[in-house]
Design a protein around this ligand. Structure first.
Ligand code: ADP
Ligand code: MG
Length: 437
């Protein structure tokens, strides 16, 4: 009996020992995984680094590419498209105008009654619908004249209307911004995609061989989303995102800063953590494998989560990725990851803007002369992603210094592109008629 009891006790003790050993091993193993998670995060953060010295190089590279794109067609990754818009609104425009704004995510129709200098925008109505996802990625039928197709479609439904102008949203924003403020020199869109346009002196466009416009100005559509430079802090995740995209090798700047991609970059890093560090447990959550499932508005909501237990992060993970039971420290890693991706995008956007200001000679105070420059900003990312916007604006000040920054104003040109399009239709309709005849 005694022996059995002793024997049993020994067995018991051995079992407890084994269990204890298992717990310890498990802790060592999971702390190894946690260390791996942190290592992935740290490495990513380092590769995304945007110290001021680097941003200055990016800004300089932007200025250099602008010169190259203006010098000759195909001279740069920046197309620097001559828009033929050589007059911007003055405020005198009058009449009833519609604008159709086809964005990356939404389709908007605007109806604007312009009343001239005194009454300005008399009335403005607005409708918006989401673009169905299957149309967003469908193939495009190239070589068709958009204005011709739209005119035919309007005739088919019996609309007595004439298309007066076809403008891109960035130029629309520039025009809308200028209407409100004559000091507007450039416009930047940060939405699903990104682009910039600015007012160039016509004689500073070597590839322009036509007559110089009376105004002496020409609006340039930069198509800056296609900018790329060896100074851009590209990571393996950006390279993989690009390789898997519909347009590999193109729109590299856009893929680092715009709303279409920021959430997807976060997903890719999380996927790596899940796979290599078992961040979400011993299997990779199936939803996390789906490209573009984590949208930038979700990322933004997680990034702005101020609740002590980060419950917005928990809810988003559950609702979008079907991941539950995340610990607070895991959620903190995710917020940190969002911060790294948004900060890089915001700081690079600021560097791009400085590149434009440099090209215009407005990045310095000349002979004590205080030249005021206004940049019109629009787009859902700029409008709704507060931390992105704040970081971009702070970086601009950091890059330009206090004295110059005093003269640079970032203005939110709300729906500037739609109103701007109607304004351009108004101030260029005569010009367009001459073109058509
Ligand atoms: P578009 O003209 O291309 O349709 P918008 O200028 O309306 O786009 O911007 C829409 C984009 O803005 C979305 O695709 C998204 O990336 C971004 N966005 C919208 N809402 C938010 C938000 N709350 N936080 C962060 N980004 C947002
Ligand atoms: Mg848009």
């Amino acid at each position: 009996m005694g022996k059995v009891a002793v024997g049993a006790a020994v067995v018991c003790a051995a079992a407890v020992c084994a269990a204890a050993a298992l717990v310890v091993r498990h802790r060592i193993k999971s702390s190894g995984k946690w260390a791996r998670t942190l290592a992935i995060l740290k490495e990513f953060e380092e590769k995304c680094g945007t110290p001021i010295s680097k941003l200055k190089q990016v800004a300089d590279a932007m200025t250099v590419e602008m010169h190259a794109g203006l010098a000759s067609e195909g001279g740069s990754k920046l197309k620097m498209i001559i828009s033929y818009v050589d007059n911007l609104p003055t405020g005198d425009e009058k009449g009833l105008f519609y604008a159709l704004d086809l964005g990356g995510t939404n389709f908007r129709v605007l109806r604007v009654q312009l009343g001239g200098k005194e009454s300005r925008v008399v009335k403005q109505e607005f409708e918006e619908v989401s673009i169905p996802p299957h149309l967003m990625t469908g193939s495009s039928d190239v070589g068709q004249d958009v204005v011709g197709e739209l005119t035919k479609a309007m005739e088919r439904v019996g609309l007595d209307m004439r298309v007066a102008a076809l403008v891109n949203d960035t130029i629309g924003t520039l025009a809308g911004g200028r209407y409100n403020n004559p000091d507007v020199v450039a416009a930047v869109i940060l939405g699903t995609g990104t682009n910039a346009a600015y007012v160039e002196r016509a004689h500073a466009i070597p590839k322009w061989h036509g007559l110089l416009p009376k105004s002496g100005d020409m609006v340039i559509n930069m198509e800056w989303g296609n900018f790329r430079s060896s100074h851009l802090p590209l990571t393996e995740y950006d390279q993989e995102l690009d390789a898997d995209s519909l347009n590999p090798g193109e729109q590299i700047f856009e893929k680092m800063i715009s709303g279409m991609y920021l959430g997807e970059i976060v997903r890719r890093v999380l996927y790596k953590m899940a796979e290599e560090a078992e961040f979400f447990g011993d299997t990779v959550p199936p939803k996390l494998k789906i490209p573009f499932i984590l949208r930038t508005p979700h990322m933004s909501a997680m990034h702005h989560d101020t609740s002590p237990d980060l419950k917005v992060v928990a809810t988003k993970l559950k609702d979008i990725l079907e991941i539950s039971n995340t610990s607070l420290k895991m959620r903190k890693v995710i917020v940190e990851l969002c911060d790294i991706v948004a900060t890089r995008g915001a700081r690079l956007s600021a560097a791009g803007i400085v590149g434009i200001l440099k090209k215009l000679g407005r990045d310095i105070v000349k002979d004590g002369e205080k030249l005021k420059s206004v940049v019109a900003l629009d787009g859902g990312l700029y409008e709704h992603y507060t931390k992105f916007r704040t970081c971009m604006e702070n970086t601009l000040t950091e890059l330009l210094g206090d004295e110059v920054s005093d003269n640079i104003v970032i203005e939110h040109s709300n729906d500037g592109s739609g109103i701007g399009a109607t304004l351009l239709a108004a101030c260029h309709s005569q010009y367009i008629e001459v073109e058509e005849s």
